[in-house]
Write a protein that binds this ligand. Structure first.
Ligand SMILES: [Zn+2]
Length: 358
């Protein structure tokens, strides 16, 4: 009889995975802690045909290696704009994707990815190619001048055993990186209650508008209600492009970041999604939702609290890649879940920029 119960439980887990894009395997706390490193806006493959493009990818590798060796995170989260696909002449974006994950892969660290607006952007034709010199490589059949789709990139990411990324339900397309992940206590299995739940969303951009759709919002509502019905388990959410909610609480650009906000870089205006369809309202009603993290604005790294049920913090990551605009010191945002949530930045120069208890 007990065996039948376990079988039903197993089938139940499989159904959950299929229906809501849950990661099929699970991760566990190490002792009492679970540490995540956010790698945001790497922009691999930028200016691929110029001498300086590949060099900045080498520097981005150094940043990631430094952070991984210093922090030894349990999970890396690639927070979008992993690529600058609009600079890719050939249909070879998966090669750049492999480069971007390689430091994590080599260290046998698990990861989860979401898409940004540059990951499947179409190739931007340089106007000077239409001058006398013509288009370089015009007789080379390998030059397709077309991007690699989100679905192709996600299939590539998921082909690695250490990837926890999921191609979300087809009903949410064209958005792809929509899934949830449960983190369990050190010795427990994924049949028990998790200690932490992570949600990943595709905030669009590139091949379609920058937004979180009404369908994604109802998907989130369903999955969160099923996984955490009484809102006891702390939750975190990750996507790439800030929502209008970030605009509403942003400290004035250029001003000092003051309490209750934390952070060190506030040099841009928030560039939000094109429309807000109710996602932030849903998040802020959940007392279990502790923080959300986005990239996109390379010149912002603040975290500010909202007036939500759970005192949710809205946070930017720190620009990790040498690709992408801006020369602010590169690093990674580290999130450690102990009893509370600790957030800090690991800066490539080697110093910890700040430890913020959220
Ligand atoms: Zn970017």
């Amino acid at each position: 009889m007990a065996a039948v119960g376990w079988l039903w439980c197993f089938i139940g887990v499989l159904l959950l995975n299929w229906r809501w894009g849950l990661s099929s395997s699970s991760l566990n706390f190490r002792g009492n802690t679970f540490t995540m490193a956010l790698f945001a806006d790497l922009h691999f493959g930028e200016a691929a045909s110029e001498e300086w493009g590949p060099l900045q990818d080498v520097k981005s590798q150094r940043v990631m290696s430094f952070v991984l060796d210093a922090e030894k995170p349990d999970l890396v989260i690639f927070l979008g704009d992993i690529l600058t696909a609009n600079n890719m002449v050939c249909h070879n974006a998966t090669n750049y994707w492999t480069q971007a994950i390689s430091a994590t892969l080599q260290r046998n660290i698990s990861w989860a990815s979401v898409f940004g607006n540059h990951d499947d952007m179409s190739f931007e034709w340089p106007v000077d190619w239409f001058g006398v010199a013509g288009i370089p490589g015009e007789d080379n059949i390998d030059h397709y001048f077309r991007g690699t789709t989100r679905a192709e990139l996600m299939a590539h990411d998921m082909s690695f055993g250490a990837s926890f990324s999921v191609k979300g339900s087809r009903s949410l397309w064209p958005s792809v990186s929509n899934y949830a992940m449960q983190i369990f206590s050190q010795n427990s299995t994924n049949l028990e209650e998790p200690l932490l739940i992570l949600y990943f969303l595709d905030s669009g951009g590139g091949s379609y508008p920058e937004l979180i759709s009404a369908r994604q919002i109802s998907w989130f509502h369903e999955v969160a209600s099923e996984l955490n019905p009484d809102q006891r388990v702390p939750e975190l959410a990750f996507w790439h492009i800030p929502t209008q909610g970030y605009v509403d609480i942003a400290p004035p650009p250029g001003s000092r970041i003051e309490s209750p906000c934390v952070g060190s870089i506030n040099l841009e205006t928030v560039a939000p999604q094109v429309v807000e369809l109710g996602f932030m309202e849903l998040l802020s009603e959940r007392r279990s939702m502790k923080a959300a993290f986005v990239g996109h604005n390379h010149g912002l790294d603040w975290c500010c609290p909202t007036k939500s049920a759970g005192m949710m913090y809205l946070c930017f990551a720190r620009h990790t890649g040498y690709g992408g605009y801006g020369t602010w010191t590169r690093g990674a945002r580290i999130i450690e879940q102990l009893n509370e949530l600790d957030i800090w930045d690991k800066i490539h120069s080697g110093g910890v920029n700040g430890v913020y208890n959220v």
